[in-house]
Write a protein that binds this ligand. Structure first.
Ligand code: URP
Ligand code: ZN
Length: 471
């Protein structure tokens, strides 16, 4: 029986804030209290540090094939190690069905890659790209046996990932019948495709046209449309990587009417804006992610949404491609689109910097309080995706996934010191106050300052409950 005693930290959950001790036994929280003792326990005195639930990043893309051999540059191993250094102890990645493929087979493939490599706990959302009777018939088992209770659909990328409104509706009905959640990439893909063709025909090939061909209005339109479809299908809907105030308006309007509409945003939309596309040369390809960075005034709207619970979750959409070809080869690099913005692999890194950024810009700058910080980075994703109360909180019986955080230490975010395979950071040189000091995964110390104590394969697959406690 292994026991760990964490003494004297400031324990912060989505609702609590007190100084106390945590006794961990066999990876679970056994007791919470003051002046706890345990003779045989390994003791950590963490006076002065915040002790919070390990982060849950509900949207990442590790070693993800994008077609034609293009793949994100973090493996499950490098990406989850990087996540751990950033205070995240659970990721939710994706198992993508290809055309003619089975969702269950897609899950099996991802499990086989993830299992020997993941350094933190992990689960998968299922991506459906081929909605038909055969694939829909697998959904009940996916929810009830495989622990996959959320299904992602794309309204963008025609001919590759996009499904039409009828398929969205059919999937929603099936998922709703089995207590699951439907996640939507909400952008009007058909209009965007027309805009891309127009831009290329006019000879506009530079990265800034990625942003100019994906207008905020078309994210707003798709978000409004899909929430209405979900309303008809009577299923909870979760909008991924919401970036535009027009999309947030659609979520707010629906929530005000009592519709189960939820959304996440990402650090890059909270901290960066479309002025990054004015960078000289090809450098702005680093900021080619979908949706693109938005007008500056979207940022305050997103912060307000986070504060008042119109946005429930902050995830990273970590989808890393190196800037330079040299690092991991052309197929994992932005250089693929040097002559044509539409060929730049869409996606940006960020899995390691979510907590420090959100703490600094959210808590230190007075936009959200400390409990809300824990809520959006851990508790809400745990509840939304069927991991709570095993994960996402500090309570007797919960997994001892903990991040110990120094609220006062200032440090500089940089690709020179992060642990991802990717060769740049969106936040290069940004100074933030609030630093991850120690991370425990089910009671095992895996990060101790700059030292890595975890190992590949120690992450466990998390079967998620269908009853995802929707807020
Ligand atoms: O740019 C992003 N988000 N890449 C991942 C694929 C997608 O668009 O969801
Ligand atoms: Zn994504």
């Amino acid at each position: 029986m292994s026991r760990v005693l964490i003494k004297g930290g400031r324990i912060v959950t989505a609702v609590d804030d007190y100084v106390g001790d945590i006794l961990i036994e066999n990876g679970k929280i056994e007791a919470l209290g003051r002046e706890l003792t345990a003779d045989d326990a390994k003791v950590y005195d963490v006076n002065g540090l915040l002790v919070m639930p390990g982060g849950i990043d509900a949207h990442v893309h590790m070693e993800t094939p994008m077609g034609n051999g293009v793949e994100t540059c973090d493996t499950f191993e490098s990406g989850t190690r990087s996540a751990a250094f950033g205070g995240t102890t659970t990721i939710l990645d994706f198992a993508q069905q290809f055309k003619g493929d089975s969702p269950k087979a897609a899950l099996e493939r991802r499990l086989a890659s993830a299992e020997p490599q993941c350094c933190i706990d992990y689960g998968f959302h299922s991506i459906l790209t081929d909605v038909n009777d055969a694939s829909l018939s697998e959904l009940p088992d996916m929810v009830n046996k495989e622990g996959v209770s959320s299904f992602k659909l794309y309204m963008a990328y025609p001919d590759v990932l996009m499904v039409d409104d009828a398929d969205i509706y059919k999937t929603m009905r099936k998922v709703g019948d089995h207590g699951g959640m439907v996640n939507l990439h909400a952008e009007n893909g058909v209009i965007i495709q027309a805009l891309i063709e127009e831009a290329l025909a006019a000879g506009n090939t530079s990265p800034k046209y990625h942003q100019m061909t994906r207008p905020q209005l078309m994210e707003g339109e798709a978000t409004h449309r899909v929430i209405r479809i979900a309303e008809l299908a009577e299923v909870p809907v979760y909008i991924v990587h919401l970036s535009a105030k027009e999309a947030l308006d659609a979520v707010v309007e629906a929530r005000d009417r009592g519709i189960a509409a939820f959304a996440e945003t990402c650090p890059h939309y909270l901290f960066l804006d479309s002025s990054e596309y004015e960078r000289p040369g090809f450098d702005s390809a680093k900021y080619v992610m979908t949706p693109p960075l938005r007008d500056h005034d979207c940022q305050e709207a997103l912060w307000r949404g986070l504060k008042f619970d119109d946005l429930q979750v902050v995830s990273t959409d970590h989808c890393p491609f190196c800037f330079n070809e040299k690092a991991h080869g052309i197929l994992k690099s932005k250089q693929l689109g040097i002559d044509d913005f539409s060929k730049i692999p869409n996606g940006a890194p960020g899995v390691e910097f979510r907590l420090p950024l959100l703490f600094d810009g959210g808590v230190n700058d007075g936009r959200i309080n400390l409990n809300r910080f824990v809520q959006v980075m851990a508790t809400a994703p745990a509840k939304m995706f069927g991991l709570f109360p095993r994960k996402g909180t500090i309570a007797v019986g919960s997994d001892a996934d903990l991040v110990l955080f120094d609220a006062n230490e200032t440090h500089t975010l940089s690709a020179a010191s992060h642990h991802s395979n990717v060769d740049y950071s969106l936040f290069e040189g940004r100074k933030v106050t609030g630093k991850v000091k120690k991370v425990f995964l089910r009671g095992n110390l895996i990060v101790d300052g700059d030292e890595w104590l975890g190992h590949a394969g120690m992450g466990q697959y998390q079967k998620r409950s269908a009853s995802g406690q929707v807020m």
